[in-house]
Design a protein around this ligand. Structure first.
Ligand code: G3P
Length: 217
């Protein structure tokens, strides 16, 4: 499973990328707005900080505008993935980007039917939003299971990028459901390392080791 960071914070990205466990980055207009910085500059810095795919989202709502903006974003760096919304115009743009060899991440996916269309349009990635479905009383993980089954039935190579991740459990259940990737907020990514029994066990090991008075070096 590829693990992406859902962030525009370059310092946080560099810190976690140093673990060697971060495979890419996703951004969206809300994260860009929160950064308070120029989008093109932020994307360029992120692309320089990590070799993996970096999703940068268009702001246009019409196909022509998406194509113009997406080509501009793709020109920033080879690892840019153009993010487009799952709309009729977005999928028409996705098909054109596929013909031009520009990787795409189709976002704001909330149904298996939408995911089917995105795969037919040649999307590189599909971003089903687990957390936002949970927020409205649905089971976001069911969507991952459905998309996985449909894509496997027909051999679609669009990668399932589990998004709107709210907890480590979302990451593990998405992995169990067969998602190719998960895009994870930094605080959730840091939580993946931790378990109280690990900390308790390590404290005990260190206390017992100290009693030996030994040194390994
Ligand atoms: O960036 C796409 C997705 O991860 C957004 O998540 O928490 O705003 O629903 P969230």
């Amino acid at each position: 499973m590829q693990l992406f960071l859902d962030t525009t914070d370059v310092a946080v990205l560099k810190d976690l990328a140093a673990t060697g466990l971060v495979d890419g980055v996703t951004t969206n207009p809300t994260l860009i707005a929160k950064s308070g910085r120029p989008m093109l500059q932020v994307i360029a810095e992120i692309c320089a900080a990590i070799e993996g795919p970096v999703s940068a989202e268009v702001a246009a709502m019409d196909t022509a505008g998406m194509l113009d903006e997406g080509r501009r974003l793709a020109a920033i760096a080879p690892n840019v993935v153009v993010k487009v919304p799952l709309t009729r115009d977005g999928l028409i743009a996705t098909r054109e980007f596929a013909h031009e060899g520009i990787a795409t991440n189709v976002t704001l996916c909330f149904s298996a039917a939408q995911a089917l269309l995105a795969a037919k349009a040649g999307a590189s990635y599909i971003s089903p939003f687990i957390g936002r479905l949970d927020d409205v009383g649905a089971d976001g993980m069911d969507l991952i299971v459905e998309i996985r089954a449909i894509y496997d039935n027909y051999g679609f190579d669009t990668e399932i990028l589990a998004a709107s991740i709210r907890s480590p459990a979302h990451v593990t259940t998405a992995a169990l459901a067969g998602a190719n990737c998960a895009t994870i907020p930094p605080d959730v990514f840091n939580a993946l390392f931790k378990h109280p029994l690990t900390e308790r066990g390590l404290d005990q090991f260190m206390a017992d080791w100290a009693k030996t008075g030994q040194s390994i070096l």
